[in-house]
Design a protein around this ligand. Structure first.
Ligand code: C5P
Length: 408
């Protein structure tokens, strides 16, 4: 679960059936440590009660601009001044139309208008029928809201409460929560293109068997998420793993080391950074059998012949672009002992400016890890923590290195 413990979110609800999802969103925000102040329009109270939202947020809910519970009677000013962000979910077509005109005849729209533009971001999660969403008026309003500085999230496609099917459903609570978390990540990699490979490779022996390893792909996927949240354009080349594609990340699936090599080589010209987290098989079976290998009557084990796979990282690190400092390469080194010694040697051997060392048996398949960042000058430890958190720390560290390294 991501940490929003330093954040105060004003969660606004305008009228729409998606209000029921705002209850779950509120729960997620509270669980992540954020404090949440709910503000509802009158229309929203037709769909879900303030009692529900009060119970979930642990705070009194505000609905009316005439509410006299605030001593100065200025809820629209007080509530927005403390907010790290105002998140309106659902944002109805009517509510967005109101905002573009600067109208302010209820507390929520009044508060949005009265917020300090530089310090209180406004994020909207639209929700409406597909015809309402695609109507030129709504699309015009969305564009105008973006020009006015609001962040308008996308909508989901699917079955709607009215029985029709199409675009306009509100994103799921977890998707909105993730978008909000990403919003708060500093955009250190804005304009950068990051290529990551992840997971194991699978080297077939026959149509039903193969050689692989225990890499789960979690670290590589966490790095893809962190790089995306930091503003990068991310391409993720993944071996066979059981992980969903991170939102906004372009994913290419491969099986073998050879396929991974070919895909990386195709993509690397469009990258500024290559992060090699994949556990690439060093060897593939030379004597691949088109038919399933049967047990021999003599019970003799089959003899497998191997040939070496290309070293992807080494190939990329020795490319023209890497040598000309147009591409920054990061390797991962999983060792079982003498981590610093082996990872440092590997950094030099592979020709990369940064090698990230970790202890293989203590990280494969797990959700946490501990990393050593080794360059030609120094060694930095990133203490044991979730792969998610480590990914953000590593991306922040990387962003600093790029500025001194890359020749644009
Ligand atoms: O030599 P070793 O496999 O320990 O090196 C690990 C690093 O090299 C990782 O970054 C891994 O992705 C990369 N590698 C590669 N191609 C290989 C073997 C390893 O890119 N064939």
């Amino acid at each position: 679960m991501k940490d929003l413990s330093q954040k105060h979110i004003v969660l606004g609800l305008s009228g729409g059936i998606a209000c029921y999802k705002a209850a779950e969103l509120c729960r997620l925000l509270i669980k992540s440590g954020a404090s949440v102040q709910v503000v509802m329009t009158e229309a929203a109270t037709q769909f879900i009660t303030p009692v529900t939202m009060q119970a979930l947020s642990g705070r009194e809910v505000f609905v009316s601009q005439w509410d006299d519970r605030q001593s100065n009677n200025m809820a629209h000013i007080n509530l927005s001044r403390q907010a790290s962000a105002i998140l309106v979910a659902p944002a109805s077509a009517d509510f967005m139309a109101k905002l573009i005109h600067g109208r302010a005849d209820d507390l929520l729209s009044l508060m949005c208008l009265a917020r300090p533009l530089e310090s209180t971001p406004l994020i909207l999660a639209p929700a409406m029928n597909k015809e309402m969403w695609s109507h030129p008026a709504t699309q015009r309003n969305v564009n105008q809201l973006r020009q006015d500085g609001a962040v308008v999230l996308g909508v989901a496609q699917g079955e709607q409460a009215c029985g029709e099917t199409g675009d306009g459903r509100m994103l799921e609570p977890m998707e909105i929560f993730e978008e909000l978390c990403d919003f708060f990540v500093p955009k250190r990699l804005s304009g950068r293109r990051v290529l990551i490979n992840a997971g194991p490779t699978f080297e077939p022996i026959d149509p039903v068997r193969g050689l692989t390893n225990l890499s789960s792909g979690k670290m590589g996927f966490a790095l893809a998420i962190a790089a995306k949240a930091s503003g990068a354009t991310v391409t993720l080349i993944s071996g066979p793993v059981h992980l969903g594609t991170p939102q906004g990340v372009r994913r290419i699936n491969v099986q073998t080391a050879k396929e991974m090599h070919d895909q990386v080589m195709q993509e690397v010209d469009q990258a500024d950074v290559f992060i090699a987290t994949a556990a690439v098989a060093d060897w593939r079976v030379k004597s691949y059998s088109d038919a399933k290998i049967k047990k021999s009557p003599a019970r003799q084990a089959p003899e497998l012949e191997f040939e070496e796979n290309p070293d992807i990282l080494s190939a990329v690190a020795h490319s023209d672009r890497a040598r000309k400092h147009q591409l920054f390469c990061v390797g991962f080194s999983a060792e079982s002992h003498d981590l610093l010694k082996h990872a440092s040697e590997k950094r030099v051997r592979k020709g990369v400016p940064l090698m990230v060392g970790n202890v293989g048996p203590l990280t494969f398949g797990r959700d946490d890890n501990e990393l050593l960042l080794i360059d030609d000058q120094a060694v930095k430890t990133l203490e044991r923590s979730s792969k998610e958190k480590l990914a953000h720390l590593l991306i922040a560290d990387l962003a600093d290195r790029l500025n001194g390294f890359l020749k644009e």
